[in-house]
Every structure is written in structure tokens, then in C-alpha cells.
Design a protein around this ligand. Structure first.
Ligand code: C2E
Ligand code: CA
Ligand code: CA
Ligand code: CA
Length: 281
């Protein structure tokens, strides 16, 4: 048993040790990234499918790691969520998104989108100063509250419905809009739509993926669109990747969509340039 224990020590321990060090190293570098200004804001258009105009943008964070290049959120958001660093990242994104919007609306009001949405991970809702932070972002940049959408997932909303509903009510009083992100993926009853003040439903990409081939998916999407209509909510369908999906979505009565087919996330300046060179009809 002793020999085996030793073997385990030799084989597994160094590996575990290495993983732990990697993690600590990654965490330290991520912490520094925020302060060193290595975060980047990318924007993905939200399009009105009836005229193909860009109506809104979603702010999606990237990390320009000096050692490894541009990192997608999948590679650092989970760690940021575990360590609580996400609240600092989201704080940066919130201010940066509002600042970008304000600047865009002032310099080119004709092509500026009507709203920007930012993602808020769960730990943000536990922060007592969330409402103050949002109020500060609005006041310091001067954008109208209606131009800001806060995206929260169903799982986040369902955590502690009483606390969440109270906090969202405060945010709503500021005049900002609340979106449910990845709608349809949580195991929730729809009851929360009654208790929680919501303005936008963002239908998860998984619904559109099989839209063309499966009639049942079409009926589900159509039901969600109707639900949104009945409740007076904007419905944004995510993950539109083909013209066929877009056509079908239009046929089902969809109004807003987001997806690679309509525009990938890209740096602010590149989107601004692209939109300002599109002929105005
Ligand atoms: P999400 O909020 O659901 O954002 C949409 C994701 O889907 C983005 O990935 C976007 O690039 C991707 N996407 C958009 N259209 C398509 C499409 O047609 N096909 C496919 N396959 N994908 C599409 P991204 O930028 O890698 O972000 C991934 C997730 O990371 C986001 O999912 C969000 O949960 C999180 N995230 C990103 N930025 C932030 C942030 O600033 N704060 C927080 N808390 N989370 C963020
Ligand atoms: Ca989102
Ligand atoms: Ca509103
Ligand atoms: Ca989503």
C-alpha cells in the first residue's frame, strides 16, 4: 500500500500541483488584466428583421492577453465567476458600454443603435451597490436609461426570487430595461414572468438551430413570440446563422434577431465604420 501511495504521489501530485499553480497564475493575471486595461469591448448587432436595420448592440467582453492574444469569454468568464472577479469585469463593461453609446449617439446620431445591452453574471445581483453602480454609469456618461438593457439569465433570476425581484424593481425605477438571457434553457416555471419586471426575452440559440428541419421547434418559437407579444415584451432570437433560418423567423412573426448571419461580435470602431458606410435607404 505504501508503494502504491508513493506511486500516486509521484504520478498525480505534481500534475495536481501544476493545475493549481496554473489556476492561481491565471487568476492573478486576470485580476491584473482589469487594472492594466487589457479588457476589450466587442459589440454584436441586434437587427430588426423586417428592415435589416441594426437597432441595438450587445456588449461582449474579450481579454487581450499580452501572452496569449485575444481571449474569448468562454476561457476566462467561468474562472472570473468562481473568484468573484466577474463583478469587476462587469463593472468595467457597463461603464465602457455606456460611454461608447454616448459617444456614438453624439458623433453620429443617424447610425447609432438605440440600445446597448450588457451581461450581468449572478454575483452582481448579490452586490448591494448594483443599483448605485448602474445609476452612476448613467449619470457619468449621460445616456438615457432607456438605451441600457441589463441581461440576466433565468438561472440567475430564479436563485432567490424575492431578493431578485426587489433588486430588479430598483433598477427598473432608474428606467433601464431588463432582459432574460438564454430564455428557455432554465428549468423554471413561467411564473417568474409575473413576479419579475422584464422588458426583453432573448430566446436561446438552441431553439433556432433546428428551426428549419423541425416543425416542433417552429411551434415552440412561435409560442414564445406570442407569449412575448401578449406580455408586451421585445423578443430577440439569438443564433441566427443562415438566411433560411432568418426567413422562417420572419414567417413566424419574429421582429428582432442576433446571430452570425446578421453580424458577428466585433470591435466598436469596426462596427461603427461598417454601419456608417452602409447606404441609408
Ligand atoms: P451570451 O450572453 O449568450 O452571448 C451570446 C454568445 O453567442 C456570444 O459568445 C456570441 O458571440 C455568440 N453568438 C452570437 N451569434 C451566434 C451565432 O449565430 N452562432 C453561434 N454559434 N454563436 C453566436 P461570446 O462572446 O463568446 O460570449 C459567450 C458568453 O460569455 C456570453 O453568452 C455570456 O454569457 C458571457 N459573456 C460575454 N461577455 C460577458 C460580460 O461582459 N459579462 C458577463 N458576465 N458575461 C459575459
Ligand atoms: Ca447575453
Ligand atoms: Ca423602457
Ligand atoms: Ca444568450
Amino acid at each position: 500500500a505504501k508503494a502504491r501511495g508513493k506511486a500516486c504521489y509521484q504520478v498525480f501530485e505534481p500534475r495536481m500541483h501544476e493545475l493549481l499553480l496554473d489556476r492561481l497564475d491565471q487568476e492573478a493575471r486576470l485580476r491584473e488584466a482589469v487594472h492594466r486595461g487589457e479588457l476589450r469591448l466587442h459589440l454584436q448587432p441586434v437587427v430588426d428583421v423586417t428592415n435589416r436595420e441594426v437597432r441595438g448592440v450587445e456588449a461582449l467582453v474579450r481579454w487581450e492577453d499580452p501572452e496569449r492574444g485575444l481571449q474569448q469569454p468562454g476561457s476566462f468568464i467561468p474562472l472570473a465567476e468562481e473568484t468573484g472577479l466577474i463583478t469587476e469585469i462587469d463593472r468595467w463593461v457597463l461603464i465602457e458600454a455606456c460611454r461608447t453609446m454616448r459617444e456614438w449617439q453624439e458623433s453620429s446620431p443617424a447610425t447609432a443603435p438605440a440600445w446597448v445591452s450588457v451581461n450581468l453574471s449572478a454575483p452582481n445581483l448579490e452586490m448591494a451597490d448594483l443599483t448605485d453602480r448602474v445609476a452612476y454609469a448613467l449619470a457619468s456618461t449621460g445616456i438615457t436609461p432607456d438605451a441600457l438593457v441589463l441581461e440576466l439569465t433565468e438561472t440567475v433570476l430564479m436563485r432567490d426570487i424575492a431578493v431578485t425581484a426587489g433588486r430588479l424593481e430598483e433598477l427598473r425605477e432608474l428606467g433601464v430595461n431588463i432582459a432574460i438571457d438564454d430564455f428557455g434553457t432554465g428549468y423554471s416555471s413561467l411564473g417568474y414572468l409575473r413576479d419579475i419586471p422584464v422588458d426583453v426575452l432573448k430566446v436561446d440559440r438552441s431553439f433556432i438551430t433546428e428551426l428549419v428541419a423541425h416543425r416542433r421547434q417552429q411551434e415552440l418559437v412561435s409560442a414564445i413570440l406570442q407569449l412575448g407579444n401578449t406580455l408586451g415584451l421585445k423578443v430577440v432570437v439569438e443564433g441566427v446563422e443562415t438566411e433560411e433560418q432568418l426567413d422562417l423567423l420572419i414567417a413566424l412573426g419574429g421582429r428582432f434577431a442576433q446571430g452570425y448571419h446578421l453580424g458577428r461580435p466585433e470591435p466598436v470602431e469596426s462596427l461603427r465604420t461598417r454601419l456608417s458606410t452602409v447606404p441609408v435607404t
